[in-house]
Design a protein around this ligand. Structure first.
Ligand code: ADP
Ligand code: PMP
Length: 324
């Protein structure tokens, strides 16, 4: 806006300062990370892209959104209605972006995808986007189900088993780890074994959003990465709220993406993500307790948590685990 006022005396010191300021804004804009996020959209509530977009934007990302479904609400309500994106719809959107030169991204994030045909397109999309930006990070949240129940079609599983091998970061929950590895995960050692299987298949960073091994007080999130021949393995205990939420996995994947980019440090990324989630969930649960815990009242209180997302307060901390 300074530039518009420069007409009269473009050589003055003041105007030069304004021009310098404009240039630095422009550089900042060019440096802004750009995420292509392919997940569900819900008209009402906060899952999928509705859960991921605002936090990514608040943390400084431009977010380009493709809605894999447009549902009235998440699948936990009495009914869920709305259209599912087809593979030809996806192809058209990607083509439009490519023709206009809009397909250079720093990150690709995929979450809830309702159709096997669309999920089948993601591997080639990853390689196309990596040909535009070889440094692109692909974060795959293999959204399939929770607590032993699938909430997507079972044909998605074999496709995810392939897809996670080309992802840079994956963020499954405990049930999804079991599905991906065909391995029952009943103890923390089972979980480390499953993580090793996923590393052996090619995934560099595995973050399990939560595990539960019979402890009523804590969930445990686990993170492990192999980078430049160096292994880092972490766990973090999460005080458990006595209820269940929806959209938390989607928020978690978005936060991990954002904080990995901002800190380039698995421990900080895990701590910031978990602490943000705890603050958002506490706000959500306090509200639901006060007004009644209907599905609608249990939707994440994201908008109300703007400051907590921007400035996570670290209350719980990750610990290193010795793994070779
Ligand atoms: N009942 C709960 N109490 C405390 N934190 C929770 C609870 N449910 C979810 N979370 C938080 O949300 C994150 C993601 O939840 P999770 O259930 O693992 O994902 P998903 O929705 O994919 O199943 C966890 O890491 C945890 O921080
Ligand atoms: C449309 C939709 N999108 C995404 C999700 C995933 O939610 P969560 O983050 O809790 O795994 C759900 C949960 N059933 C859903 O119904």
């Amino acid at each position: 806006m300074g530039i518009l006022n420069l007409g009269n005396n473009p050589c003055s010191l003041e105007s030069k300062a304004l021009i310098d300021q404009e240039i630095s804004y422009e550089i900042e804009m060019n440096d802004t990370p750009r995420v292509l996020s392919i997940q569900s959209h819900v008209v009402s509530g906060y899952v999928g892209n509705k859960s991921a977009t605002l936090p990514l934007q608040l943390l400084g990302f431009d977010v380009d959104v493709i809605n894999s479904v447009q549902f009235s609400n998440h699948t936990g309500y009495k009914v869920t209605k709305g259209p599912i994106l087809s593979d030809t719809d996806l192809d058209e959107l990607i083509q439009g972006l490519a023709i206009n030169g809009l397909d250079t991204y720093s990150h690709l994030l995929t979450g809830y995808i309702g159709s096997p045909q669309v999920l089948n397109r993601i591997a080639s999309l990853v390689s196309d986007l990596k040909s535009k930006n070889p440094h692109l990070i692909y974060v795959c949240d293999p959204v399939m189900g929770d607590n032993g129940k699938l909430y997507v079609r079972s044909e998605l599983l074999p496709i995810y088993k392939e897809l996670v091998t080309i992802a840079d970061i994956i963020t499954p929950n405990q049930f999804e780890v079991e599905l991906l590895t065909d391995k029952k995960v009943s103890t923390i050692e089972d979980a480390w074994d499953a993580i090793d299987i996923l590393h052996q298949r090619g995934c560099k960073t595995v973050v399990i959003s939560s595990t539960e091994f019979g402890n009523d007080d804590y969930l445990v999130a686990m993170a492990s990465s192999h980078a430049d021949g160096h292994r880092r393995a972490l766990t973090i205990n999460i005080p458990k709220l006595p209820t269940s939420f929806t959209g938390t996995g989607d928020l978690f994947a978005a936060l991990i993406l954002a904080w990995m980019h901002k800190t380039n440090n698995l421990k900080s990324a895990l701590e910031n993500s978990i602490n943000t989630l705890q603050a958002v969930l506490k706000k959500t649960w306090d509200y639901a307790k006060a007004v009644g815990d209907s599905r609608h009242n249990m939707e994440l209180k994201l908008v109300q948590s703007k400051n907590l997302i921007e400035n996570p307060q670290r209350v719980v901390f990750a610990v290193d685990v010795n793994k070779s």
